[in-house]
Design a protein around this ligand. Structure first.
Ligand code: ADP
Ligand code: ASP
Ligand code: MG
Length: 603
C-alpha cells in the first residue's frame, strides 16, 4: 500500500463535472489499496477573478488582504471535492492550510513553507479518510496566525512539500496537458511530450517561464528526493517523471528556507575573451559563435551586454588550454564585424584576460530568494574581490574574478554560507548522452530590463545593487556588466543591465534611482517591451555549437538579440517583446524538438 499525494490544478477542477471526475480518479486510487492526500487549486480562473476584483477597488491592495481574499478560492474546491468523494461512499475530510498546520513565514503573497504538521493528517489517513487539502496557502507562525499564500501557481509547492513531510511514496501533479513538453504546447503545437526530465533541467525550465510546475515544487522534490510525476487529469497516460538524484540528509524543519547553498565551487582553469564594439544587429552572435563552434572550441559562459550607441560587447570564457584557438577565431572575425554605419571608428576589438577564475555557490534553495545572491556579492565585496562577470542560474550563481583573488573568495564564501565540506573545483556535469543537448525551450514575457549607466568599477557595486533589491524581495536575473570601461572624471565606469519580474519593474527603478543619486551612478533606464527566450539541457556541456545554433535560428528570422546570458545548462536571450513567440518557435524547430504529433488543447 502506498501513500500518494495527488494535486489537481485549476482547470482539472474547473466545474462540477470536473470535480466529480477527479473524485472518481481519487476513489479508484483508494480502491487500488492506496492512502491519499489530495491537494487542489481554486476552480478554473477563480484566482484571476479575485485579483481582478481587488484591482477594481485598489491599485495597490495591501498584501495581507490579498492573501485573505485569494485563499478563499481553494477553500471552495476542498469542500466540493470532499462532498463529491462522500457521494461515492468514500470517507473524506477537507482541511485548509491552517487546519493542517502548513506553517509559513509571515511574508504575505510569497510565503515560504517552514514546516508541516503531519500528526492530524496521519490520524485522518489512518481512519481511512482521504484528506483534501487547500493548496497555495498556509498559516504564519509569528503568533498572529495570519493566513498566507505561497505565490501564484503555489499549489504545486504545497503538494510536493506535503509529500516530503509525509514521506509519501510519490507525488502526482495532475494538470491540463499530458505532462512536460519540449516547450509550451499551447504556443508550439508540435512540442513533444517527454517521458522524463532531470530536476535540474526542470528547475531551469520552470523558472524561465514554463508554468507547468512551480519552480519551488521542483526545488523541494530535488532537496528531499520526492518522486514526482506530471500527468493529465483527463487520461490515464503515464506522464513525465522528474528525476531527482539521491538527496543529502535534510531536516524537515525550515523546509523551504534551510541551507540555500549546498556547495562552493571554483575553477581556475578559465580565460575570458571579449569582443568590444560589435554592431547591434541580427546575426552577429550567430556569426561569431558559428565560427567558434566550427573550430570545435567549447565555450563556457557567454554574455552580451546592453548596447551603447549602436554597438554591443560580447564576452565568453573558455578553458585555458583552448584560449589560443578561441582568440584566433575572435581576431579573425573582428574586422568583418565592423559596424557598417561607421566603419572606421567602430571596429570590433578583441580583449583577452588569462588570469581569471570562476567561483560559484550552488544549491536549489536560492530560487526566489534574492538575498542569497546579494549575500554572495556582499561577501566578495567585503573580501575586496572585484567581479568581472556574473552568471546566474536557478541553482547556481557564478562570478568571474581575478585568479589572484580565488583562494580568498572561496574561503570567504565557505565561511559566509557555513560550508564545512572542502570546496570543490567545479565538477563538469556529466553529459547526459542518451538525450539531445537541448531538452526544452521556454519563453518568459513577465520580465523587464533595467540598465544602470556609469557604475564605478570597484568592489561592492553588485552587492549594493542586489542588496537594495533583495531587501524588497525583488529577484534579479541575467545580470550583465558591460565589458567596456569608460573613464569619466578619472573613474573607470561600466554599465550594468539585468532583468527583474515585470511586477517589480517600476519599484526596482524607483529604488535604484534613489541609490544611484547616493552612489554617483548614472541613469536607471527601464525597458518593458522585452521577452526572454531560453534553451535548457544538461547535455549542453561538451557540445560545442549549441549556442551558435540558437543564435543562428534567431538571425535567420531577423530577430535581434539584445542580451545573452548563460549558465552551464541554459542559454537565455532577450529579444523584443513582439518577437518573443516567434523566437520560441524558431528555436524549438532549430533544435529538432518538433514532432509530427500535434498537441490538441482539451475542450
Ligand atoms: P494547473 O492549473 O494545472 O496548475 P498551469 O496552467 O499552472 O496548470 O500549468 C499548465 C500549463 O503550463 C499548460 O496548460 C501549458 O500551457 C503550460 N506550459 C508551459 N510550458 C510547458 C511545458 N514545457 N510543458 C507543458 N506545459 C507547459
Ligand atoms: N490558485 C492559485 C493560482 O492561481 C494557486 C495555484 O493554482 O497553484 O495561482
Ligand atoms: Mg499551476
Amino acid at each position: 500500500m502506498a501513500l500518494i499525494v495527488q494535486k489537481y490544478g485549476g482547470t482539472s477542477v474547473g466545474s462540477v463535472e470536473r470535480i466529480q471526475a477527479v473524485a472518481q480518479r481519487v476513489y479508484k486510487a483508494v480502491q487500488a489499496g492506496n492512502s491519499l492526500v489530495v491537494v487542489v487549486s481554486a476552480m478554473g480562473k477563480t484566482t484571476d477573478g479575485l485579483v481582478k476584483l481587488a484591482n477594481e477597488i485598489s491599485r495597490n491592495p495591501c498584501r495581507r488582504e490579498m492573501d485573505m481574499l485569494l485563499s478563499t478560492g481553494e477553500q471552495v474546491t476542498i469542500a466540493l471535492l470532499s462532498m463529491a468523494l462522500q457521494e461515492l461512499g468514500q470517507p473524506a475530510i477537507s482541511m485548509t492550510g491552517a487546519q493542517v498546520g502548513i506553517v509559513t513565514e509571515a511574508e504575505h503573497t510569497r510565503a515560504r513553507i517552514l514546516n508541516i504538521e503531519t500528526e492530524r493528517l496521519m490520524r485522518h489517513i489512518q481512519a481511512g479518510k482521504v484528506v483534501v487539502v487547500a493548496g497555495f496557502q498556509g498559516i504564519s507562525s509569528n503568533g498572529e496566525l495570519e493566513i498566507t499564500t505561497l505565490g501564484r501557481g503555489g499549489s504545486d509547492t504545497s503538494a510536493v512539500a506535503l509529500a516530503a513531510a509525509l514521506q509519501a511514496n510519490f507525488c502526482e501533479i495532475y494538470t491540463d496537458v499530458p505532462g512536460i513538453f519540449t516547450t509550451d504546447p499551447r504556443l508550439v503545437a508540435q512540442a513533444q511530450l517527454m517521458n522524463e526530465i532531470t530536476c535540474d533541467e526542470m528547475l531551469e525550465l520552470a523558472s524561465l517561464g514554463a508554468k507547468v510546475l512551480h519552480p519551488r515544487a521542483v526545488e523541494i522534490a530535488r532537496n528531499y528526493g520526492v518522486p514526482l510525476v506530471v500527468k493529465s487529469s483527463w487520461t490515464d497516460d503515464p506522464g513525465t517523471w522528474v528525476t531527482t538524484p539521491q538527496p543529502q540528509e535534510r531536516s524537515l524543519i525550515n523546509l523551504e528556507i534551510a541551507r540555500p547553498v549546498d556547495a562552493v565551487e571554483f575553477d581556475t582553469n578559465q580565460a575570458k575573451v571579449a569582443l568590444l564594439r560589435v554592431p547591434d544587429k541580427p546575426g552577429v552572435a550567430a556569426r561569431l559563435f558559428g565560427e567558434i563552434a566550427h573550430q570545435n572550441v567549447d565555450v563556457d559562459l557567454i554574455i552580451q551586454s546592453i548596447h551603447e550607441g549602436n554597438s554591443n560587447d560580447i564576452a565568453f570564457t573558455v578553458a585555458t588550454p583552448i584560449l589560443k584557438r578561441a582568440e584566433a577565431v575572435a581576431e579573425a572575425i573582428a574586422p568583418a564585424l565592423r559596424s557598417t554605419s561607421n566603419p572606421h571608428t567602430d571596429e570590433a576589438e578583441v580583449m583577452v584576460e588569462q588570469d581569471i577564475a570562476k567561483v560559484s555557490i550552488a544549491g536549489a534553495g536560492m530560487i526566489g530568494r534574492p538575498g542569497v545572491a546579494a549575500k554572495m556579492f556582499a561577501t566578495l565585496a567585503a573580501a575586496g574581490v572585484n567581479l568581472l562577470m556574473i552568471s546566474t542560474s536557478e541553482v547556481k550563481v557564478s562570478c568571474v574574478i581575478e585568479a589572484a583573488d580565488c583562494d580568498r573568495a572561496v574561503a570567504a564564501l565557505c565561511n559566509a554560507f557555513e560550508i564545512v565540506s572542502s570546496p570543490t573545483s567545479t565538477p563538469s556535469p556529466a553529459p547526459v548522452s542518451a538525450h539531445p543537448p537541448v531538452r526544452g525551450v521556454a519563453l518568459d514575457l513577465n520580465q523587464v530590463r533595467l540598465a544602470i549607466r556609469q557604475v564605478p568599477d570597484h568592489p561592492g557595486m553588485a552587492a549594493k545593487l542586489f542588496g537594495t533589491l533583495a531587501q524588497h524581495n525583488i529577484s534579479v536575473d541575467m545580470i550583465i556588466q558591460s565589458q567596456r570601461c569608460r573613464v569619466i572624471d578619472g573613474v573607470p565606469k561600466r554599465d550594468i543591465a539585468f532583468t527583474v519580474p515585470r511586477l517589480d519593474g517600476e519599484t526596482a527603478q524607483k529604488l535604484l534611482t534613489e541609490v544611484a543619486a547616493e552612489c554617483g551612478w548614472g541613469d536607471v533606464v527601464l525597458d518593458s517591451a522585452i521577452a526572454k527566450v531560453s534553451i535548457v539541457g544538461a547535455g549542453m556541456v561538451g557540445h560545442p555549437g549549441v549556442a551558435a545554433k540558437m543564435f543562428e535560428a534567431l538571425a535567420q528570422h531577423q530577430i535581434n538579440i539584445q542580451m545573452i546570458a548563460t549558465s552551464e545548462i541554459k542559454i537565455s536571450c532577450v529579444v523584443a517583446q513582439e518577437q518573443g513567440v516567434e523566437a520560441l518557435q524558431v528555436i524549438h524547430a532549430a533544435f529538432g524538438l518538433a514532432g509530427n504529433q500535434k498537441f490538441v488543447v482539451p475542450a
